[in-house]
Design a protein around this ligand. Structure first.
Ligand code: SAH
Ligand code: SF4
Length: 372
């Protein structure tokens, strides 16, 4: 396992030019006030700072040279110590159903995934918050090798800008889910400013009601997240209502199911938004009648929806832990039990099923192929 923690071969910094570029601050990581200070310090006017920001957030440009109404002298001066974006598309993977995974290369050659998921009129973008994940859920590719680092707010926002540019002319982004690599509650310092920028009418101008953040359950951080204005949707990855079983699936879980459910209640109380509980169903592990019954007991009085997610097999994990995807009949039976008890249930259809479908898999494959 540990050899995968090393910088993958073939993805080393490429010489001096890349080394020098690495030092440059990305403007996606700068506040408007910082950009204004920067522009005026370089002899520009405040309105030119607004033009620069407009190019970044409204037009999604990635190069100063594309900012055609900004004087060339100012563009050159800006480019001296800054760049617009710090990440770029490294690999893409398009599934037959239109789901497209983007593997983004960061300034330090680490990689993260984001996924564009078209579904009828809707187009959902799934974004990451960390390189890897420290939580280590046994079924998840993102957590297999731990966490390398948090993403900066700019790196989080760039995923939206890059995906939006990629879809241009074809589709409009309708939903944003923070369900990619990493545990969002463990990087609130990066996430909250990023969401602010994504929501801001002068930024990306994306409705907060269409943004959902998923956590594997950190009540303290959820309380802090609840203080954010505007209000975002919260999804909690529960997986099991029994503490012992949950701890088997989420080995680092420090909070009990009861504490997590209380946090969901609190979120509803504060925001008047129902929480979604996600349950990744694993054959014979947490998809049994007894598991459904326990979940009914725990969630009966919670204003919520339960989203059942049949596990997307990750071959390395199948080999190591012997986990499996449940049959449709088992998933339906689980859903019916909850529904009969009056709980709202949705079942997630598999998307991008033909290739590296699950969270973290494209990165995993890339790490493996460059390990040789
Ligand atoms: N760390 C956060 C958000 C990222 S994971 C969290 O765990 O909620 C987003 C969702 O994808 C979680 O519900 C997670 O359980 C689920 N997931 C991870 N790997 C999966 C897989 N192989 N198949 C199906 N769902 C998976
Ligand atoms: Fe981390 Fe979420 Fe994967 Fe668990 S499911 S390892 S919390 S990304």
């Amino acid at each position: 396992m540990s050899e995968r923690d090393e910088q993958p071969a073939g993805e080393q910094p490429a010489g001096n030019t890349a080394g020098a570029a690495k030092q440059k601050t990305a403007l996606t990581d700068c506040s408007d006030a910082t950009v204004a200070e920067l522009v005026t310090s370089l002899g520009g006017k405040p309105f030119q700072a607004r033009q620069v920001s407009h190019w970044i957030w409204k037009h999604g440009v990635t190069d100063f040279d594309q900012m055609s109404n900004v004087p060339a002298r100012l563009r050159t001066a800006l480019a001296e110590n800054h760049r617009v974006h710090s990440s770029e598309v490294h690999k893409t993977d398009l599934a037959a159903d239109g789901t497209e995974k983007l593997l983004l290369k960061l300034h330090d050659n680490d990689t993260v995934e984001c996924v564009i998921i078209p579904d009828g009129e809707r187009t959902t973008l799934c974004i990451s918050t960390q390189v890897g994940c420290p939580v280590g859920c046994v079924f998840c590719a993102s957590g297999m090798f731990g966490v390398r680092r948090n993403l900066s707010s700019g790196e989080i926002v760039e995923q939206v800008l890059i995906a939006r540019t990629r879809m241009q002319g074809e589709r409009r982004l309708t939903n944003l889910v923070v369900m990619g690599m990493g545990e969002p509650m463990l990087n609130l310092d990066g996430l909250l400013p990023a969401l602010q920028r994504i929501h801001d009418p002068d930024g990306i101008n994306f409705g907060a009601r269409r943004i959902t953040v998923s956590t594997s359950g950190y009540p303290k951080q959820m309380a802090k997240f609840a203080e954010a204005d505007p209000s975002y949707n919260l999804a909690i990855s529960l997986h099991a209502a029994d503490d012992k079983l949950r701890k088997e699936l989420v080995p680092t879980a420090a909070n009990s199911v009861a504490e997590i459910v209380t946090a969901a209640h609190d979120y509803f109380g504060q925001k008047n938004r129902e929480v979604t509980f996600e349950v990744v169903l694993l054959a014979g592990k947490n998809d049994r009648r007894i598991d459904a019954n326990k979940m009914i007991q725990v969630l009966r009085d919670v204003p919520c929806t339960v989203n059942l997610i049949p596990w997307n097999p990750v071959s390395e994990i199948v080999a190591k832990h012997g986990l499996g995807r449940p049959t449709e009949a088992r998933v339906d039976a689980f859903a019916d039990s909850l529904r009969d008890a009056g709980i709202n249930v949705t079942v997630r259809r598999q998307r991008g099923a033909d290739r590296s479908a699950a969270c973290g898999q494209l990165r995993l494959q890339t790490l493996e192929s460059s390990d040789a």
